[in-house]
Every structure is written in structure tokens, then in C-alpha cells.
Design a protein. Structure first.
Length: 70
């Protein structure tokens, strides 16, 4: 049974840039352990999934996000 596909968060909210300093926005796309959620779960387009992944990596490097949560 197919479910209706969820629209991309960034295109519906008209957000052009994914900033690594916007930790609250990035955390919406992470699970409780700090891992990046898949496109199926988040509904992001491929373009924004890559941008969110890059922003997560930069935020972790700058110590804005932890690498793992326990």
C-alpha cells in the first residue's frame, strides 16, 4: 500500500539556504541518537537532503551538534 508522499519542508516553507548555525532547524532531521533521518522519513528532496547532511557535518565539526547522543 502506497502512502501519499510528504512535500519537502524547505520548498513548502520557501527556505533557500540550509545554514549549519541554525541548529533547531537541523535537529528536525535527526533522530534521538543524532543520526540523519532518511528521505523517506523526512520527505526532503534529494537536493535538500544533501544540503542538510552537509550542514550536519559542519555543525558537528564546529561543535554546535554532538556526534552522538547517549
Amino acid at each position: 500500500m502506497q502512502t501519499k508522499r510528504q512535500p519537502c519542508y524547505f520548498t513548502t516553507h520557501d527556505i533557500q539556504h540550509v545554514d549549519f548555525r541554525d541548529v533547531h532547524l537541523i535537529q528536525k532531521f535527526l533522530d534521538p541518537h543524532g543520526r540523519l533521518l532518511s528521505r523517506r522519513r523526512t520527505g526532503l528532496s534529494a537536493r535538500y537532503q544533501r544540503r542538510v547532511g552537509q550542514a550536519v557535518k559542519r555543525a558537528r565539526y564546529m561543535a554546535l551538534l554532538p556526534y552522538i547522543r547517549r
